[in-house]
Design a protein around this ligand. Structure first.
Ligand SMILES: [Zn+2]
Length: 174
């Protein structure tokens, strides 16, 4: 435990719950691991990267009880209401290809309504949208351009927003 709290560059993740058809068979085991991992992150005051898929908001409800937790909800594709719930807890919303490549009305509403001081861009490299599409961290540039276009700001603005948010997440003053 002290190893975790002494090494402040460490984060826990991805941790979470995955109720997708291929993984839901061991949800009880996932829950057990998740509860322990959240407790570790909480005790060591570590950043968490959360992977939550089809979990009926169980992850959110659990984290909500751990008020001092901090981290990223990675690969977010939920609703604006859910995103604002996370942001109210101080969590950052990970905006990636999955969200930006399929711009439905619901997703437009989400991107317009998010608190920009609690967002991050992510590639999830090497994973693309489908299993046969591999990504590299470089694809963050394309994602930044897409987000800038959508928000009607410059790419530099998106870069600055994400950089400041990243530093703040790690407790560095910006
Ligand atoms: Zn993931």
């Amino acid at each position: 435990m002290s190893w975790l709290s002494d090494n402040t560059s460490l984060a826990l993740g991805e941790i979470g719950l995955d109720g997708s058809p291929a993984r839901r068979g061991n949800l009880l085991l996932q829950w057990d691991a998740f509860v322990r991992q959240v407790a570790l992150a909480h005790e060591g005051d570590r950043v968490m990267s959360l992977h939550l898929v089809n979990d009926d908001e169980r992850g959110y409800q659990w984290i909500r009880q751990h008020r001092n937790s901090r981290g990223i909800v990675h690969g977010f594709t939920g609703s604006l209401k859910q995103a604002l719930g996370w942001q109210a807890l101080g969590f950052y919303i990970g905006i990636g290809e999955r969200l930006l490549s399929n711009m439905t009305d619901k997703r437009q509403q989400l991107l317009n309504g998010l608190d920009k001081s609690l967002v991050l861009l992510e590639t999830d490299a090497p994973y693309g949208i489908s299993l046969d599409e591999m990504r590299t961290p470089d694809s963050v540039v394309t994602l930044g351009q897409q987000l800038a276009l959508f928000w009607n700001v410059s790419v530099l603005d998106v870069e600055m927003i994400c950089q400041n948010n990243w530093l703040r997440l790690w407790g560095k003053n910006v």
